[in-house]
Design a protein around this ligand. Structure first.
Ligand code: FMN
Length: 374
């Protein structure tokens, strides 16, 4: 297995923590990074808010001093604004790598022509990528996308070729269409087809990696140059230890006891508190992680409920202390889906969006409002 080359950056193992809005903030990246190497992408930042220097947005661009490759994901729909945002990242040294998000399936985003709706407009996609690369200086720019809007409107092969032509450093494909959201299974065949079609730059595979062995299987079956792992590491930063092990050819796997899991939960909530500067905000934010951390362990419903409704670190710690610390890692059960798994029955698009795949009209700036990720 080879390291992943993104321009001048060399990433080993060839493993990427998928950007996840509301999840992959600095505290979560720290927990994952401590387990094993790779590239750990921050939460998505909208280009318009960045160039307008929105205070909340600027606060989200926070990296721990030890983050070796500071990786930022941008989302935008306007070539000029994307170019300005990338230039700002490069000139102000805000990150070492820029990823562009073209995979968001959320209705309020696609309805305005953003996210996973955008690659359908080939010339607009090309213009955005061109401006991003042109303004990036020496920073590598990568793109992350889905297969297309639905099975009748697949765009990934065109988008992959456009990306390679425009000097993008790597492309990541989530093997689902927008209409699939997170339902069904990811199509790894499509990753193989993209890898065949785009030979100039690394192709990364994404979708349904729930264990390190899944990652190995994806690389072997598709020939992809690296993997992007999202939901599989929710409540499970140890997956990065397994991913590093599998890439080194080791069969060793992390099997933390419930006591070790509880200690990591405590640390996660503590890091969030330090990062947010508000215990209440941090503990409330942490609630969504509780079920993921406890997946597969035998924990009574009442204690689970108390942990997931804690209001203070003290309350959370009281609950964690009641867990059966000696309980072993629930093999097997943990390697199954977690996080979002729902599908949709339609993709909301602007009127007439599918009429002309080549028109260059830029979606209205509102397409960057209220975005919430992939
Ligand atoms: C809660 C959540 C938030 C996400 N936010 C983003 C995002 O901001 N940018 C992005 O490109 N993808 C985002 N995604 C999609 C993931 O990066 C990834 O492509 C998807 O979950 C499929 O990979 P997986 O099967 O390994 O989870 C998000 C997914 C989830 C579950």
């Amino acid at each position: 297995m080879e390291s992943l080359k993104l321009g001048s950056l060399e990433v080993w193992p060839p493993v990427v923590l998928a950007p996840m809005a509301g999840i992959t903030n600095a505290p979560f990246r720290t927990l994952c990074r401590e387990q094993g190497g790779g590239l750990f992408v921050c939460e998505m930042i909208t280009t318009r808010a960045l160039v307008e220097r929105n205070a909340k947005t600027l606060k989200m661009i926070r990296f721990a001093p030890e983050e070796k490759f500071r990786s930022i994901q941008l989302y935008g729909v306007d070539p000029v604004t994307v170019g300005r945002a990338v230039r700002m990242v490069a000139e102000e040294g805000l990150a070492d790598h820029v990823d562009l998000n073209f995979g968001c399936p959320v209705p309020k985003v696609t309805r305005r022509g953003g996210g996973s709706a955008l690659p359908y407009k080939r010339n607009l996609l090309r213009a955005i990528l061109r401006e991003a690369v042109r303004n990036a200086g020496t920073l590598p720019v990568t793109m992350k996308m889905r297969k297309g809007i639905d099975d009748d409107h697949l765009t990934y092969l065109d988008a992959g070729r456009i990306a390679a032509e425009e000097g993008v450093a790597a492309i990541a494909l989530h093997g689902r269409t927008a209409i699939q959201h997170y339902g069904g299974t990811a199509d790894w065949e499509a990753i193989a087809r993209l890898k065949e079609a785009v030979t100039e730059i690394p192709v990364l595979g994404n979708g349904d990696i729930w264990s390190a062995d899944d990652a190995l299987r994806m690389m072997e079956s598709t020939g992809c140059d690296g993997v992007v792992v999202g939901r599989g590491c929710l409540g499970r930063p140890w997956l990065f230890r397994d991913l590093a092990a599998v890439c080194e050819g080791s069969a060793e796997r992390a099997r933390p006891s419930l006591g070790e899991v509880a200690a990591t939960m405590d640390r996660h909530a503590t890091l969030l508190t330090e990062s947010f500067g508000s215990e209440q905000h941090a503990v409330t934010d942490f609630r969504k992680h509780v079920g993921w951390y406890l997946k597969g362990f035998v924990v009574g419903a009442e204690l689970r409920r108390r942990l997931a409704t804690s209001n203070t670190l003290a309350e959370l710690r009281e609950g964690l202390a009641e867990l059966d610390a000696a309980q072993p890692w629930p093999d097997g059960v943990v390697d199954t889906p977690r996080g979002k798994t729902h599908a949709r029955d339609r993709v909301h698009l602007p009127a007439g969006w599918l009429d002309d795949p080549y028109d260059l009209a830029v979606p209205c700036a509102d397409a960057e409002l209220d975005t919430s990720g992939g």
